[in-house]
Design a protein around this ligand. Structure first.
Ligand code: ATP
Ligand code: MG
Ligand code: MG
Ligand code: MG
Length: 563
């Protein structure tokens, strides 16, 4: 017995006009169709229809997470400062973090993501390698004080995320947990009816190495990605490099081949900068042939000079300080690389305040070692957003001209490695009786964002148009007439409900058929069943919301079709 929801009793107020502040299609339609209402900037109320869609998405996510053996937990959203201080994210997150104090002056935050806390939970609960691997997840409210919380629920300051975390003792184990998540995400997004691509990505504030994003192509998206029409290469433009021919006369090559006094060593670098070789650096810029190729490091973030030295390439001919960056925030380009050169084009992210700097770089293992720019060698900051390709640039794997598109980031998976395990000394007793450091992955799905992404991808001029698995009902029954039609509509609704079909029935008295049809199209349930002019004969009209195809059916036929 599925639910039969009567419109006459449903709290829904549809609007004919777009809300004044709405920029994206999903924002307009979700408000107009009565799914959500804005509470304050980036903070949303989920009304009954919206809550159903949100719950449907959560259900699919939950089923697929359970299917890979992940265990559901629920951690607090209100968190003490200390673990985030230990990981340095209390500072690194900057203004993105909602911070607050309790009555005794104790400092807290509202969780933007939970790597620290999950690490501590596992440290408390797990003692031996025999207890691993373990995968934990939660579906929870997250808080980020986004700079521009526009676009409705696409970018909330309070939003729902499914976040999961894997804990393994070996790199192979982590790779397997990552693979399981990747496959689960493919199933989730396919079931939800989202069109998506998996692209290489930079790791952002999470840190760690391997990372891929699930992007849903849509005009309203805030990410750009490149897609190769000829092979399966796809990458977020934040994370792409590709080969170019060498710059004439430039001295490049493997470090060991170019052991000249001009090659910056850790000592010459330190000397140049006037700091001890053991120092950490702030606001470092790296120039190649007079061009800035690397910019580090925002505010409080520090680059380990030793680590920089390890990867220092002969291509780095000049190191300067942050003042040199003045006036160059708009565009930075460079030519660096091991065999041949990579072209790297950096366009500053508007989110990066002038005067601050950031580091980033290639995402490809074979190029990063020479590329001091690389985010892989340093923790990359979330300010990061670097455009490195343009439409038509050659695909790094096959050379075909790349296509550039906009997309919504709906999921993100990371192989974190031991970053958080190191911070919190998360060890388990290994097979040899010695402690073994745990390696971690973290994996996120934007549950509330998926509602908007689905709306973006599936809506048409008439309104929302949900894929079956997420729709607030399976069928929208419309009583288009007087008592007779209402009686038939309610009767068929009861029968459909009894057959397990989720029904929304428009039984509102005193509302014209025209208004009901308009509302049905706007609300976007996939099937619309109308009790109209042939109701006396027990004949209904079934309309497919997406294709607009109609056909006449008897009550029994309609039930057989929809059940
Ligand atoms: P974005 O680049 O859009 O800011 P992110 O990379 O900061 O997202 P992650 O830290 O990777 O986000 O979080 C995992 C997922 O949570 C994202 O893939 C996205 O689907 C979702 N998400 C992140 N920020 C928001 C937000 N402000 N509102 C709604 N969903 C969000
Ligand atoms: Mg973000
Ligand atoms: Mg992102
Ligand atoms: Mg992300």
């Amino acid at each position: 017995m599925a639910q039969v929801q009567r419109m006459s009793r449903l709290m829904v107020k549809t609007l004919r006009d777009d809300p004044a502040d709405a920029e994206t299609l999903s924002h307009k339609l979700l408000v107009r169709a009565g799914y959500v209402r804005r509470n304050s900037a980036g903070i949303w109320t989920w009304l009954p229809l919206g809550k159903k869609v949100l719950d449907n998405i959560s259900r699919v996510v939950r089923e697929e997470m359970d299917a890979i053996g992940a265990q559901e937990v629920l951690l607090p959203a209100l968190l003490p400062k200390e673990p985030y201080e230990a990981s340095a994210r209390w500072e690194e997150y900057g203004d993105l973090l909602f911070r607050l104090k309790d009555r005794k002056g104790g400092e807290y935050l509202l969780g933007p993501t939970h790597e620290e806390i999950f690490t501590l939970v596992v440290k408390d609960q797990v003692a031996s390698y025999k207890d691993l691997p373990v995968m934990l997840y939660q579906i929870q409210t997250k808080y980020r004080d986004e700079a521009r919380p526009r676009s409705g629920v696409l970018r909330g300051r309070e939003f729902q995320m499914k976040d999961s975390y894997s804990f393994d003792t070996t790199d192979e184990g982590l790779a397997e947990s990552y693979r399981l998540h990747r496959e689960a995400y493919q199933k989730i997004f396919t079931r939800l009816g989202l069109d998506y691509r998996i692209v290489s990505a930079v790791s952002g504030a999470m840190g760690g190495s391997a990372s891929e994003e699930f992007l849903a192509p849509a005009a309203a998206g805030e990410d750009t990605f490149v897609d190769c029409p000829a092979c399966d290469y796809a990458a977020n433009t934040e994370a792409v490099t590709f080969a170019l021919k060498p710059v004439e006369g430039a001295e490049h090559g493997p470090v060991e081949d170019v052991d000249t006094p001009d090659t910056p060593t850790i000592e010459t670098l330190a000397e140049h900068l006037g700091v001890p070789a053991s120092a950490t650096l702030k606001n470092l810029l790296v120039k190649v042939d007079g061009e800035i190729v690397a910019v580090g490091v925002p505010g409080d973030r520090e680059v380990d000079l030793g680590k920089l030295g390890e990867h220092l390439a002969p291509a780095v001919v000049e190191l300067v300080t942050a003042e040199d960056f003045e006036g160059r925030e708009d565009l930075v380009r460079g030519y660096v690389g091991p065999q041949g050169l990579e072209k790297v084009r950096y366009i500053a992210d508007p989110r990066v305040a002038p005067g601050t700097a950031w580091i980033t770089g290639a995402n490809k293992a074979d190029t990063h070692a020479r590329n001091v720019v690389c985010g892989r060698d340093f923790q990359v900051d979330d300010y990061l957003d670097v455009v490195v390709v343009e439409e038509g640039d050659p695909c790094p794997s096959c050379g075909t001209g790349l296509k550039l598109d906009r997309a919504i980031e709906i999921g993100h998976i990371f192989q974190l490695g031991r970053k958080y395990a190191d911070t919190f000394q998360l060890d388990v007793l290994g097979q040899q009786g010695k402690p073994v450091r745990v390696t971690m992955g973290s994996y996120g799905v934007g549950v509330s964002r998926a509602v908007a992404a689905l709306a973006e991808q599936s809506a048409d001029e008439q309104g929302l148009c949900w894929p079956k698995e997420v729709a607030p009902a399976d069928v929208h029954v419309v009583a288009a007439g007087k008592a007779l039609q209402t009686e038939l509509a309610l009767d068929v609704s009861e029968k459909l409900g009894a057959a397990g079909v989720r029904v929304l029935v428009d039984d509102r008295a005193g509302v014209s058929p025209g208004v009901k049809f308009t509302d049905a199209e706007l609300i976007g349930v996939p099937q619309i069943l109308v009790a109209g002019r042939r109701s006396a004969e027990g004949v209904l009209e079934l309309k497919d919301r997406r294709t607009g195809e109609r056909e006449e059916l008897t009550v029994d036929e309609a039930i057989a079709r929809l059940a």
